[in-house]
Design a protein around this ligand. Structure first.
Ligand code: NDP
Length: 322
């Protein structure tokens, strides 16, 4: 089978299209024949070596397809089921072996491509807005990179809850998309100072929560736009990692909370995984969550997909098609 393998970490050029044997399912695993694989920023961190993975490895943490083989002990799915997953590595490939308890059936009426587009970024937006800081009607959230993959979904969920959303984006074209997703105000943070603008938009009161996936270039200013006892939810670092930080600033800036959550801990049990994926698929079924698949690339073009994602050229979801 074809797969995208990383043998040494580095730029997009280290992703190689290789031939590997189709995996055999071990106990408690199922093999999935992929029809779509999600591209996520975490793939970039792993390819670069910022997040450590034992070499060599097949990239990709999100896939959708049909179960083609079952190992001993798997009770969650059977051969022929349409399934999706987020987390276990190896989705940039024609086949992947995945622990059975991580596979989620794709509801009838949802395509494989939509399944792959919804899972990782959708469950992330879900836990951020419903669990890490459960937004309430009338509250205000600052969502950075609001036209990105997670950003567009988080903006829609926050809007549906009845919160006021202030979104940041880098271009006017992205501003339009974030607005369509339900952002009440947009700050083009490459042209305007988002700290000043957010203070102005909130009449100096500050926001209840900042959802920050950008990290290095936004974290510190984000602390300055929180209301006293507000929440900084730092969930990524697309611009780079946040440098070490003196905790006393949390006190002087208003008894603030900071958390650095990750999806794995919000889908750790099968029960929570099914609850969260179900929550996302229910929103899609009810027409309350629109997925934007911006681009599909052949598996062989994975390097191009990464260049586009890192180059801030993309909005919504990118998929690889094996
Ligand atoms: P996005 O589609 O959001 O792409 C990243 C976006 O970040 C860009 O489009 C860009 O938007 C913005 N950005 C700002 N500065 C930079 C920069 N210097 N270089 C590149 N991009 C920049 O990606 P995803 O939706 O896949 O992921 C978004 C973030 O969420 C990532 O940081 C990812 O790691 C994180 N994440 C965290 C999870 C968790 O559980 N903790 C789970 C899933 C994702 P703009 O041009 O508008 O600035």
């Amino acid at each position: 089978m074809k797969a995208i393998q990383v043998r040494k970490t580095g730029g997009p050029e280290v992703m190689e299209l290789v031939d590997l044997p189709v995996p055999e399912p071990k106990a408690n695993e199922a093999v999935v024949k992929l029809s779509a694989s999600g591209v996520n920023f975490i793939d970039v961190y792993q390819r670069e070596g910022r997040y450590k993975v034992a070499l060599p490895f097949v990239l990709g943490q999100e896939g959708a397809g049909v179960v083609s083989a079952i190992g001993a002990g798997v009770t969650t799915v059977k051969n022929g089921d349409r399934v999706v997953w987020a987390g276990p590595l190896g989705s940039y490939a024609e086949y992947a072996a995945v622990p059975g308890d991580r596979l989620v059936p794709i509801p009838a009426g949802v395509s494989d491509q939509h399944g792959a587009a919804a899972m990782l970024q959708g469950m992330t937006a879900h836990y951020l807005s419903h669990t890490t800081y459960p937004l309430k009607r009338g509250e205000t959230a600052l969502v950075h990179a609001a036209a990105g993959g997670v950003g567009l979904l988080l903006t829609q969920m926050a809007h549906n809850i009845g919160a006021r959303v202030i979104g940041t984006v880098s271009t006017e074209a992205k501003a339009k998309l974030a607005q369509e997703a339900g952002a009440d105000e947009i700050i083009v943070y490459t042209q305007q100072d988002f700290e000043e603008e957010t203070k102005r938009l909130t009449g100096g009161k500050g926001v209840d929560v900042v959802y920050d996936s950008v990290g290095k270039t936004t974290f510190e200013k984000g602390l300055n736009v929180l209301r006293p006892r507000g929440y900084m939810v730092l969930y990524g670092g697309s611009s780079g990692a946040v440098p070490p930080f003196d905790l006393i600033a949390l006190s002087t800036k208003g008894s603030l909370f900071v958390t650095r959550p990750t999806l794995a801990h919000y889908t750790a049990s099968r029960e929570e995984l099914i609850m969260r994926a179900g929550g996302v698929f229910d929103m899609i079924g009810a027409g309350k969550l629109k997925l934007r698949i911006e681009h599909t690339y052949p598996l062989a073009d994975a390097q191009r997909a990464h260049r586009d994602l890192e180059g801030r050229k993309t909005t919504g979801k990118l998929l690889l098609i094996p």
